[in-house]
Each structure stands twice: as C-alpha cells, then as structure tokens.
Ligand binder design. Structure first.
Ligand SMILES: Nc1nc2c(ncn2[C@@H]2O[C@H](COP(=O)(O)OP(=O)(O)OP(=O)(O)O)[C@@H](O)[C@H]2O)c(=O)[nH]1
Ligand SMILES: [Mg+2]
Length: 291
C-alpha cells in the first residue's frame, strides 16, 4: 500500500532508538531461557536490521511487532533443521533399525529409551533393548525394570563387561527374532572422559547404528551446548532428544543447537511417565521462548 501524500500521519519509520529498549528486554529474556550469548546476539542483530527503516502503521503496537518478528525468526531457525522423522516408518527402510543413545551422566538416557520403546510399541513396532551401560552398577536393573513393565525383551551385560558385545548380541537377536528396532543404552560419561569416549566409539563401530541420538538435559543450560559440541566433534550424531523440559527450564539450548550446530531436536521429555516423550514442535517451542 502506498502511503500517499498524508501518509506521514498514518505511517512512521522505525528508528533504531525506538526498539533499543525492547531489544534489550528480549536479550535478557533469551539469555534467561539459556540461549547462548553468541546466538542471542546474532538473532537480535538480525532482528534489528530487519526492523530499522521499516514503515509501520501508527496504529500498530511496536512491542507486538518486535515480539512477533522475533517469534517468526525463532520459528524459522527451529524449523530449518527440524527433521520430521516418522518413527513408524523408520524400520521400513531397514530392519532391524538400530538406534544408539548417549550423553553425559544423568541426562535421562535410560528413561528416554523406556519412553521411546513405549512409543514404538504403541505404533505397532517390535523393540529390543540393549543394556550396554555395563559401567554403572544399577543400570542393568533399572532397564530390566522398564523392560519388564513394557514387556520388551532386553539383552543384559555383565557389570564391567564389554558394552559393544551387548549391543552386538541385541542386534543378532533382533535379526533372528525379526524385531523391528534395537535401542542401545550406553553409560553416562562426562564429556571429558577419554576412556569412555573411546568405548562409545567402539560401540558405534560395532553396532553400526542407523541413527545416533544425543540426549541432553534442558536443565544443564549452556553446558548442554558444550556437550553437544563435544559429542559432535568426537562421535557425531543425527538428532537430539531434550529431556526435563517439564522442569522449569525453557530449553533455549534447542535454539542454539539449531542455529550453531544445525542439529534437530526430535523429541522432548516432558515428565517421568512413559507417555511423556513428545514430538518436538518448532512453533510451540518458539512461543515458549518469547512469552
Ligand atoms: N522431570 C523429568 N525427569 C526426567 C525426564 N527424563 C528423565 N528424568 C529423570 O532424570 C533422572 C535420570 O534419568 P536416567 O534415565 O537414569 O538418566 P541416565 O542418562 O540414563 O543416567 P546415567 O545412566 O546415570 O548416566 C531420573 O530420575 C529420571 O526420572 C524428563 O523428561 N522430565
Ligand atoms: Mg542410564
């Protein structure tokens, strides 16, 4: 629409000064949501460039405009690398479809595997779990509990045993029993632990997974991004599951992951129950980040 001769009455041009305070507020909000400093700066810089010089109707509320533009760009970032994997389809490509889960201590790997098994079963796929965490004493029992509740077969390992052979046995078993999906649990490792990183590499080398999933805890804040960078450099992975999103944290790491590493978050953990693993939704997440 052309502003016309009296357009200045109805339209005004956004000046840098008009949005400075708003952008500062958003900066605080994004940083509080655990979006990394670098990513926050870049996103807001893009936003400023997009808005300064833009002509808007005098009736338009500047604050709404800025927030909506930001949400739109967050949605775009979160959607860009969003892989809409169809978990019902995965095993049609290759059977058995092998997925290995890894991440640092306590992020929720084992719980997530139980939820994932539940989801697969609900969608008509058969599942076997490999308890390749032979490092932590109670890990085998923890999985055995879930496997029996979910009525899913489990291949156990001996405490201190070789995690790669547990994974291998589970894959062999899946082949002979015609099972669709193999889920491999691994020991939590501090991302600085070289021995455990080497051990994980071996599991990956032997299991040759179709998919590698990094599990990150949204409560870890910016440390989750450091973990993501470490595992990308040392192991490599296809997608992320972000856990404990139900607990307070806004999970801004999802944005940093998409923006910096180009990695999609495919599911989010929203609680302790089996049905609390929810498909990641970029729109919902963008709205959460800017309230
Ligand atoms: N609120 C909440 N708690 C979760 C979620 N996912 C996992 N947890 C809890 O986080 C704790 C650790 O979960 P585990 O599954 O044992 O984590 P892990 O990564 O396997 O731990 P290690 O094997 O010791 O490295 C448990 O108390 C889980 O119930 C989630 O999405 N929301
Ligand atoms: Mg575990």
């Amino acid at each position: 629409m052309k502003p016309g001769i009296l357009g200045f009455l109805r339209y005004k041009e956004i000046k840098e000064d008009d949005i400075l305070d708003l952008i500062e507020e958003l900066r605080v909000e994004l940083l509080e949501d655990d979006v990394s400093l670098e990513v926050t700066d870049k996103i807001l810089d893009d936003l400023r460039k997009e808005l300064v010089g833009k002509k808007i109707s005098r009736k338009e509320n500047l604050e709404d405009l800025v927030k909506n533009s930001l949400k739109k760009s967050l949605r775009e970032i979160l959607s860009k690398n969003y892989s809409n994997i169809d978990i019902f389809q995965i095993s049609k490509d290759k059977k058995p479809f092998v997925i290995v889960f890894f991440g640092v201590n306590g992020v929720g790997k084992t719980t997530t595997i139980a939820k994932f098994a539940y989801l697969l079963k609900k969608n008509g796929l058969s599942v076997i779990i490999a308890a390749s965490d032979t490092f932590r004493a109670a890990a085998q029992e923890q999985l055995a509990y879930h496997a029996s509740k979910l009525e899913v077969p489990l291949v156990r390992g001996k405490y201190g045993g070789d995690p790669a052979s547990v994974a291998f046995d589970a894959i062999q078993s899946a082949k002979s029993r015609n099972i669709d999906v193999v889920l491999i649990d691994t020991a939590g490792r501090m991302h600085t632990d070289k021995d455990l990183t080497e051990e994980l590499r071996r599991v990956v080398r032997i299991a040759k997974p179709n998919m590698k999933i990094l599990v990150l805890d949204s409560l870890a804040g910016n440390d989750a991004l450091a973990q993501a960078e470490y595992f990308e450099k040392n192991i490599g992975y296809d997608a992320v599951i972000l856990t404990k999103v139900d607990a307070d944290a806004k999970g801004g790491v999802a944005l940093s992951l998409a923006y910096k590493l180009g990695k999609p978050v495919i599911f989010v953990g929203m609680g302790q129950d089996y049905d609390s693993l929810i498909k990641f939704n970029p729109d919902w997440f963008a709205d959460r980040l800017v309230s």
